[in-house]
Design a protein around this ligand. Sequence first.
Ligand code: ADP
Ligand code: MG
Length: 465
Amino acid sequence: MSTNNKELLEKMYAYLRRHNPEVCRHWFDEILVAGVEGGLLRLVVNEPVRLKYLQRTCVASFTEAAQAASGRLMTVRFVASEVEKVDTSVRLVRQSGGSSENNFTETPMLLDEQMLLCPDYCFDAFVVGPGNRLAHAASLAVASKLGRAYNPFFIHGAVGLGKTHLLQAICQTTLRNQPATRILYISCNTFMDAFHECVKAGRMGDFRLRFRNVDLLVIDDIHFLSKREQTQEEFFHTFNMLHQSGRQIVLSSDAAPSEIPALEERLISRFNSGLVARIDRPCYETRVAILKSKAKLHDLQLLDDVAAYVAARIDSNIRELEGALTKIRGFALALGRSIDLDLAKEALGVNVLIVGSKNNQPSMQTILDSVSLYYDVKMTDLLGKRRHKSIVLPRQICMWLARRHTRYSLEEIGGYIGGRDHTTVLHAVRTVTARSNMDDGLRSDVERLEEGLRLVSPSPTTSAH
Ligand code: ADP
Ligand code: MG
């Protein structure tokens, strides 16, 4: 890589650290520049999971950084190797969710839309403690002996304790060690959606082909099968077919099999027939270690007393622990200070769950704070003009929450949230209502946010609009 290119990359990372710190990872220094041609900056990423992740989620932020760093109009493209052919038809601004430009020819698995693995969720980055030791050991065993260690393998535990992390670590390890394995990693909701679509379209053959032709089937949050009788029936057959032919099944859930409401007895007994591992809340020492590992991942200096302070204050789940770290980093950036104990205290002192207002309605700032923390989106982005998918939905949720839990008018809400007009707010309210009726994941997200706001103001104003 030439000095010029190295300089360009360094400038880009400096820009990202400043404007988009949440996307930064310590392994970015392994990315190389393949070349800059005709406004196209090609970056080489050798590791397939990282490559796909960057292609799907980071094109826009890297493009922004490249333009800022070079002062030129250019598009970033992530490629698997230097010799990859330049596609001259490439559009100048590529949407991050865009086309399949990977070239994993050696991995003929079901790399469909659902299979987006997060490079952060690997075994190396998983901190082991008393609460997750069994689940971790069993996950390692499953990944190294597919179908032969524990089948099915069922992980359960409360939200934010690392179930998805372990599921993805199993997939990533398998992908690395046995690239030819046909893996299907999917959320239970997507499984149900696919099922209903195929039933409606009379294409059950396709559905079965897709789900039964795999070596490793990983379904996250299987508790959503609760009460879905028809889908349970189909899943039962999928399960049996895979299990009988020795294919590995890995499931996660927020409750033990027998505690999932309205789940068929025969499924409970299938789930219990392998290994069921529970994850418990992390102890103090584990929380400290996790904070340090997350800080390292994001290339962040975290002093011991800061880690100790945060770990002592937040003992619920790890997602909240990460949220606290994000908040501290945001504070440091906004105030141009380094991260020390005083700063951490200030940052967490403004606890969104404590700051309330007199008249039993959360303030707009509280709503924005909660959403910003929950979705890991910057306040400036919530209030700003960017229309990236990852920001638009959280922004709409702010408007929806404000509409439901405050007495502000559509105009006032719009004015507060980046000077938008009332039709934008109305549209947001309708969109979130409609989507949360269809999407269990979104519904549980907004319910959790509302729960947080309820702690602020015990009897929220759910005015009838
Ligand atoms: P769940 O699926 O159980 O709700 P996740 O797997 O999404 O939880 O974990 C929430 C966050 O906590 C993720 O960012 C994950 O990386 C992190 N996390 C959970 N457990 C650990 C652990 N033992 N070590 C490091 N990070 C963890
Ligand atoms: Mg999960």
